[in-house]
Ligand binder design. Structure first.
Ligand code: 13P
Ligand code: SF4
Length: 324
């Protein structure tokens, strides 16, 4: 059982976005998961886009793709349970192959991850011989295996600048590639993949919010189209966005990203007023408390990557972690 004080702290966090009725409905499952994860020696890694009952209720660690990858590499537990999407759990498995890595729903995918095939990468390599391939972490292991180095939204510019070549193939996020291109002197070759959440935001959204809320600070994820990122005051990974809010003195914040991000931050920054034209990621929302409980009870779904493929894909991820 959770101690009374722990329950009160959790209720206070969840009350930033939930009614008392909703909170009480979640508590029994949260308690059961907390007990079972100890029994099963499982560590729960939770991405910033997970719902508040998961983020505040059951996480051992929360963060962005880069932070959670680093964390996964260091864990010494029997099971890593990933509350996020498939490529994130797969990256955890690449970095810590001895552990059992579980994802509660195999259909938690990503529009970016699905936007590119191995044939597409081979065609780009044939068209631009000698240009290194930087793959965004939002890709399956098979794409990472064909890439020279991986990157996340938190280190993409640093990764690109670490390469000797003047021309770099950047896959699969076209907008992130274009946003990186503005910050480097290298020529960036992109692929037309987009995030189904971030591609929806427009400069008109920003203009409307600035008119309605003078002085609002606009913070956008770099998967947004370049004109949106340019019109924002700050752009960075989900962890970068949180750090920017902590640094900022602005009372009103416009967060241009997935909906749960603001829901989770409302509890942490209760003195700020979040204005959000947010969009839900249907993949992130495949993860629920019920599925997490089943995952722990039945050991489903374990991530498996054929060793020959894992060896090649791991190199790209490890190279990234060495420089960032
Ligand atoms: P972060 O690495 O910034 O958390 O982003 C992951 C993601 O999927 C954003 O859509
Ligand atoms: Fe993929 Fe976009 Fe969902 Fe992130 S928000 S997991 S990039 S579809």
């Amino acid at each position: 059982m959770m101690k009374l004080q722990e329950q009160q702290i959790l209720r206070a966090k969840l009350s930033a976005t939930m009614t008392p009725f909703e909170i009480e409905a979640h508590l029994p499952l949260i308690q059961e998961i907390r007990l079972l994860k100890k029994e099963k020696d499982a560590v729960l890694l939770v991405h910033n886009y997970q719902t508040p009952e998961i983020y505040h209720g059951i996480a051992d660690y929360v963060g962005d793709s880069l932070g959670l990858s680093r964390r996964a590499a260091d864990l010494d537990c029997e099971r890593i349970l990933f509350c996020g999407v498939h490529f994130m759990a797969e990256t955890a498995k690449l970095l810590n192959p001895q552990r059992k890595v579980l994802i509660p729903d195999l259909e938690a995918g990503c529009s970016l991850s699905e936007s590119i095939t191995v044939e597409d990468v081979l065609a780009l390599k044939a068209r631009y011989p000698g240009a290194p391939v930087v793959c965004y972490v939002n890709t399956p292991a098979a794409i990472k295996a064909e890439s020279d180095i991986c990157c996340t939204s938190g280190n993409a510019v640093k990764v690109v600048n670490s390469l000797k070549s003047d021309k770099v193939i950047f896959i699969p996020d076209e907008y992130l590639g274009q946003n990186v291109a503005r910050e480097t002197s290298k020529e960036i070759i992109t692929h037309p993949g987009h995030c189904m959440v971030h591609e929806q935001f427009t400069v008109q959204d920003i203009q409307a919010y600035r008119e309605q809320f003078p002085g609002i600070e606009v913070i956008a994820h770099p998967e947004c189209p370049p004109d949106v990122v340019l019109a924002a005051d700050y752009s960075g990974s989900t962890a970068g966005m949180e750090n920017q809010i902590a640094r900022s003195k602005a009372r009103k914040i416009m967060l241009i990203t997935e909906c749960s991000m603001a829901d989770n931050l409302r509890a942490k920054f209760s003195d700020r007023d979040f204005q959000v034209p947010c969009t839900i990621c249907p993949h992130m929302k495949k993860i629920t408390l019920e599925k997490v409980l089943r995952s722990l009870k039945e050991d489903v779904y374990a991530i498996e990557i054929p060793e020959a493929l894992a060896c090649k894909a791991r190199l790209a991820v490890q190279k990234m972690l060495e420089i960032c």
